[in-house]
Design a binder for this molecule. Sequence first.
Ligand code: PMV
Length: 349
Amino acid sequence: TSSPIYIATVSAPTNIACIKYWGKADAHYNTPTNDSVSVTLDQADLKAVTTVAASASFTNDRLWLNGVEEDVSQNKRFRACIDGVKALAKEPERWKDLFVHVSSYNTFPTAAGLASSAAGYAALVAALAELMDAQEEYVGQLSTIARQGSGSACRSLYGGFVAWKQGTAAGNKSPWDNSMAVQIATEQHWPEIRALILVVSDAKKDTSSTAGMSTSVATSTLLQHRIKSVVPERMEAIEKAFLAKDFEAFGQLTMKDSNSFHAVCMDTYPPIFYMNDISRMVVRIVHAYNAWAGDIRAAYTFDAGPNAVLYTLEQYAVEIGALMLHYFPADSENYINRSDYANEVAAFE
Ligand code: PMV
């Protein structure tokens, strides 16, 4: 007789940090040197769709990403997610010896600084939890498992505005078991908020976040300043701004923190460049636009890649989309380096 195959499919959206995670406190437990906070996007576009299957007929754990099999035999992150969820299964005996096959699709470029790993690992953990009927021992425990896949993934387990609390090495029951995601506000709290994704490049980034963080922790004095004196106050201020739906404060803090993160990248030795000339042009246009409006209507933020995310409110989204299409029409690669282009941006400023 053939063995049954048990299956679950889950999708998870990506999240875009407003106060950035950059630096690992503990590489083994994958914990951060500072708190961070992000907006989880809705499921419309940027998401991972993941199917997990378990069966006694499977002979090893396997993973397919966008239809292509990856070798996961040495992948500790993948391992940590599977073992972590198995340990929380309602009937652990039923699952403990079964291997799993995982198939995951992204609806956006992988590893181009669009937090594809965040959506991917969040969907993996959620799908395994669904399949095995995982029972959290405390609220947020599943996010500690997703964190071990990819740090930012822990924040994608919740919608709305979500913080990742750094936690403590001592933890409550085990080391870093409180380094987890906490929902600050649900997606219903501020439904007018919008994220415009400007894909500057869909090329894979040159410096992975793990490698970049480790060089920054080892070499950047600015990172130490950021951790101690910048992020704690910003976390408090941005949570307040989000709860009060104060876009001006929210936008300003988001832009400043993106700039602080990229300044740390520049202060890393050797320096890391994630933003490019187009990214910097987007920054100039957003500042010029806000100055023209006499208000903060758009806020940029950049992760570990050149792509821009613009936070705005529903009422300005079309105007900002049109503004960006004006400066970056479909054929913009062909003329973006022309001097009259730079002059046109300068004229707007
Ligand atoms: O979770 P990782 O290892 O992909 O790191 C993400 C780091 C940033 O995207 C740059 C910032 C963040 O908080 O998401």
